[in-house]
Write a protein that binds this ligand. Structure first.
Ligand code: URA
Length: 434
C-alpha cells in the first residue's frame, strides 16, 4: 500500500477501506509516515469528510494504536461522560459524585484546561492535597470501594490521536466533524466504560457554533458508539454564555459544592440533572427520565451527593473539609469589581473571550505546562438577557495582582455587549440524540 495513493483517493472524494485506514494510522503510530503526508491526508479528510463507516474504522484504528483499560474488575455498569468543552462548565465535579451516590460506577479520565476551556484536573487540584495521578489499578480499586475515581489521561491510550491532534492544531484541521468525533470517541472507547453520555456544546464558546453542526457532531459520535458496541447518547447544550456563575479553578469547585448542597439553582445545575438522568438510564438504574431526574434531586436534598464528593476527595488525598468550609480553597489576594458602564440589556456575551479574560487573570495556560493560579478567576453577577443599570456589578475578578485584574476586566468589558436590543439566548438544553 502506498500513502500517496491513499491521499489522492481521499482528495478525489472516494471512500477508504478499513485496511487503508489501518495502514494510515499504523504509519502515524509507528512514526513511519512524515508529518507532511499525514497533514495532507488530514486536509483531504477535512475537505472530503468521512462516511460513518470510515469514521468508526478510524476511531477503532486509533483505539488499537495504544492500550485500552480493562475495567472487567469493576462490578456493575460503568458510565462515562464527556463534554466538548466550554467556560464555567463544572458539570463533572457535581455529576460524577451525584450519579455515584445512586450506585453507578464512574471511572473518568479528565484533561487540563485547553484554550479558553477549563479542565477538570486543574479544578480538582485546587482542593488542597488532591492527587489526580493515580495508577489505573489504584483507580479501579477505588471505584470498587466508593464508586468513583477521576484521574489524568495516560500516555499509553490512543497515541495516534495525540500525534494527529498535535498536527491538526497547526494545520487548520481541528474543526472537522469526523476528526473531532473519532478523536473524542477513541479516547472514550479506550477508557473502557460500557456507556457514554456526551455533552455537545453549541454557541460562541464551543467548537460548534450552530445547531446544525452540533447535531452532526453529536450524531456522528452516537453512531460511532452504536457501531462499536457502547450505549451512547448525546445532549446538545448551550455555550452562548458561561454555563455557571464562576470561572476559574477553586471558584468552580466552590460553585460545585454550593450546587451539591442544594444552595444554588440555575443553568449549570440544569445541565447536570439532564446529563445525570441519561447516565442513570444508560446505567440501567431506571428507564424513566423523570424518575431519574427526581433521584438526582433527592440525592442533592438529602446530602448523599455531597457525602460522595467528600468520600472521593478523601480517597484521592484531598482535604474534604473544603465541602463544609470553602474558605479552605485557595483564595486570590486581589479582587476588582467590574460595573456596567451604561443601562441596558446584556445582548451578547462572547463566551470564548470571557474564557480568555480568566486566562489573563492567571486561571489558564498561555503555553504548555505553564503553572496556573488556582485561585484566579471571575464570578459573574449577570448573564445574557439580564437588564442592568449603569453602576450595577457585572462581575468580580480575582488574581494575584491588580494589573492582571485590569487586563482581565478590559477583555471582559469587550466581551459583553449592553444595548437596548432584544437578546436571543439559546435554551440551556437544545436536543438529545439517542
Ligand atoms: N477534543 C478532543 O479530544 N479532540 C478533538 O478533536 C476536539 C476536542
Amino acid at each position: 500500500m502506498n500513502i500517496v495513493d491513499l491521499i489522492i483517493k481521499k482528495r478525489n472524494g472516494h471512500e477508504l477501506t478499513r485496511d487503508e485506514i489501518n495502514f494510515f494510522i499504523e504509519g502515524v503510530t509507528n512514526k513511519t509516515l512524515p508529518d507532511y503526508q499525514i497533514s495532507a491526508m488530514l486536509m483531504a479528510i477535512y475537505f472530503r469528510s468521512l462516511t460513518a463507516r470510515e469514521t468508526s474504522d478510524l476511531t477503532m484504528a486509533m483505539v488499537n494504536s495504544g492500550k485500552s483499560l480493562d475495567l472487567s474488575k469493576i462490578e456493575g455498569i460503568k458510565v462515562d461522560k464527556h463534554s466538548t468543552g466550554g467556560v464555567a462548565d463544572t458539570t463533572t465535579l457535581i455529576l460524577a459524585p451525584l450519579v455515584a451516590s445512586l450506585g453507578l460506577k464512574v471511572i473518568k479520565m479528565s484533561g487540563r484546561g485547553l484554550g479558553h476551556s477549563g479542565g477538570t484536573l486543574d479544578k480538582l487540584e485546587s482542593i488542597p492535597g488532591m492527587n489526580t495521578e493515580l495508577s489505573i489499578d489504584r483507580a479501579i480499586n477505588q471505584v470498587n470501594e466508593i464508586g468513583i475515581a477521576i484521574i489524568g489521561q495516560t500516555a499509553e491510550l490512543t497515541p495516534a490521536d495525540k500525534s494527529l491532534y498535535a498536527l491538526r492544531d497547526v494545520t487548520g484541521t481541528v474543526d472537522s466533524i469526523p476528526l473531532i468525533a473519532s478523536s473524542i470517541m477513541s479516547k472514550k472507547l479506550a477508557a473502557g466504560s460500557d456507556s457514554i453520555v456526551l455533552d455537545v456544546k453549541v454557541g460562541n464558546g464551543a467548537f460548534m457554533q450552530d445547531i446544525e453542526h452540533a447535531r452532526e457532531l453529536a450524531r456522528s459520535m452516537v453512531n460511532i458508539g452504536d457501531r462499536l458496541g457502547r450505549r451512547t447518547c448525546a445532549v446538545i447544550s448551550a455555550m452562548d454564555r458561561p454555563l455557571g456563575n464562576n470561572i476559574g479553578n477553586s471558584l468552580e469547585v466552590a460553585e460545585a459544592i454550593h450546587i451539591l448542597k442544594g444552595e444554588t439553582e440555575g443553568r449549570l445545575k440544569d445541565v447536570v440533572i439532564e446529563l445525570g438522568a441519561y447516565m442513570l438510564i444508560l446505567g440501567s438504574i431506571t428507564d424513566d427520565i423523570e424518575v431519574a431526574k427526581s433521584l438526582l434531586e433527592r440525592n442533592i436534598k438529602n446530602g448523599k451527593g455531597l457525602d460522595k464528593f467528600k468520600e472521593f476527595i478523601k480517597a484521592q488525598g484531598g482535604d474534604s473539609r473544603v465541602c463544609d468550609d470553602i474558605s479552605l480553597l485557595p483564595v486570590a489576594p486581589v479582587s476588582y469589581t467590574l460595573r456596567a458602564e451604561k443601562t441596558g440589556i446584556i445582548t451578547s456575551m462572547e463566551t470564548a473571550k470571557i474564557g480568555m479574560a480568566s486566562i489573563a487573570l492567571g486561571a489558564g495556560r498561555t503555553y504548555k505546562d505553564e503553572v496556573i493560579d488556582l485561585s484566579a478567576g471571575i464570578i459573574m453577577h449577570c448573564t445574557l438577557g439580564d437588564r442592568v443599570k449603569e453602576g450595577d456589578i457585572i462581575a468580580e475578578l480575582y488574581a494575584n495582582d491588580i494589573h492582571k485584574c485590569h487586563a482581565g476586566a478590559d477583555i471582559l468589558t469587550d466581551a459583553i455587549e449592553i444595548s437596548e436590543n432584544e437578546s436571543q439566548p439559546l435554551p440551556t438544553i437544545l436536543e438529545v440524540i439517542k
